[in-house]
Design a protein around this ligand. Structure first.
Ligand SMILES: Nc1ncnc2c1ncn2[C@@H]1O[C@H](COP(=O)(O)OP(=O)(O)O)[C@@H](O)[C@H]1O
Ligand SMILES: [Mg+2]
Length: 333
């Protein structure tokens, strides 16, 4: 059984539907990379799983099961016990996730006090132990510091220490490296992967950076307009992308020998005025009449699925060619 099972999830803000039937599974020890342009619903999915949607946003349909237990509709008091214990969150900006007025040791210790009923002294010792585990130098001294006395990379290590304190079954990492410099990014990704392996945690790694996703994910889900439009084993999705949008995303990646950056022509859809049928169709060079009705996620092979009427055809297209005609080209600086 999957540790986390999300089925037909819908999130609405009043009459506007943002998530429109999102389904995926997370297995123990597995990383699902979630990619897609800004505004496509990646964070919304993470917040829904955490039970942290801000009103008027709410889950309007679907199911989220943790080890078979339904989280949708669970009373807030019960969710609070799960959050930070069985499901943890790491966000982009470690500064906003930490309390500026509280010593690092107390902030990590809080997780042990809250979820494991430890006393203050014991929790502080565990906090120091966690700081050592996440590779913060001089853990004793670091525990006495306040967030502003640390670098961005060290602060993110602290956030990760808090997230892994209770050995969560599921970790939602939402753009965990986006605010960091490139060297630190790689270190933080490696840290998440190492802790995940030790704890058998299922990780949902959200990033607009396909490179970061490709480096540690076994599965990939591509989001577009509040839906998963391609999903499957990372290697299949990266090498045999079968949804034109995924091809466009991959073509937009910088790679060795390239002389210009390509971005995807057009704009992401407006949720209050979605195109008829396939939400990507107005930007898609392969659109035809049938795209006026929404394509289902069709199974290709080896658990690989794509939501495109022409998925089989796209699957067999040579790389790079397809979207060149309509891609907007920018010279590299
Ligand atoms: N408070 C809100 N009220 C209405 N719509 C919102 C709100 N917050 C986010 N949205 C919409 O939800 C969409 C998905 O947002 P989000 O999940 O944060 O995207 P991302 O994929 O960049 O993480 C956005 O396009 C935005 O229009
Ligand atoms: Mg986001």
């Amino acid at each position: 059984m999957a540790v986390l099972e999300v089925r037909d999830l819908e999130v609405s803000f009043g009459p506007i539907k943002i998530l429109r039937g999102v389904s995926f599974d997370l297995d123990a020890g597995e990383t699902l990379g979630v990619v897609g342009e800004s505004g496509c619903g990646k964070s919304m999915t993470g917040f829904a799983v955490m039970g942290m949607l801000q009103a008027p946003g709410k889950i309007s349909a679907g199911s989220i099961k943790l080890e078979g237990t339904e989280l949708v509709g669970m009373p807030e008091k019960q969710i609070r016990n799960i959050r930070g214990d069985r499901i943890a969150l790491v966000m982009q900006d470690p500064f906003t996730s930490l309390n500026p007025m509280m010593r690092i040791g107390d902030q990590i210790g809080e997780a042990f006090i809250l979820h494991q009923g430890m006393h203050k002294k014991e929790a502080w010792a565990k906090a120091v132990e966690m700081l050592e585990k996440v590779g913060v130098p001089d853990p004793q001294g670091a525990a006495r510091k306040f967030p502003h006395q640390m670098s961005g990379g060290q602060r993110q290590r602290v956030v990760i220490a808090i997230a892994f304190a209770c050995k969560p079954e599921v970790l939602i990492a939402d753009e965990p490296t986006t605010a960091l410099d490139v060297t630190t990014q790689a270190q933080i990704l490696r840290l998440i992967r190492d802790l995940q392996e030790t704890n058998g945690t299922a990780v949902m790694l959200i990033s607009h950076d396909v490179g970061a996703i490709a480096s540690i994910s076994q599965k990939i889900a591509v989001f577009y307009g509040g839906q998963i439009v391609e999903h499957g084993p990372a290697e299949r999705v990266l090498r045999h992308a079968s949804m034109p949008y995924t091809r466009a995303l991959l073509n937009a990646l910088p790679h060795a020998g390239m002389t210009r950056l390509e971005s995807i022509a057009g704009y992401p859809p407006d949720f209050s005025n979605l195109p008829k049928g396939c939400a990507f169709s107005p930007r898609c060079p392969l659109r035809f009449e049938k795209c006026e009705s929404a394509p289902p996620l069709v199974s290709l092979e080896a658990g690989h699925k794509a939501a495109c009427w022409r998925a089989e055809e796209v699957l067999n297209m040579p790389d790079g060619k397809m979207l060149a005609r309509e891609a907007v080209e920018h010279p590299l600086p």
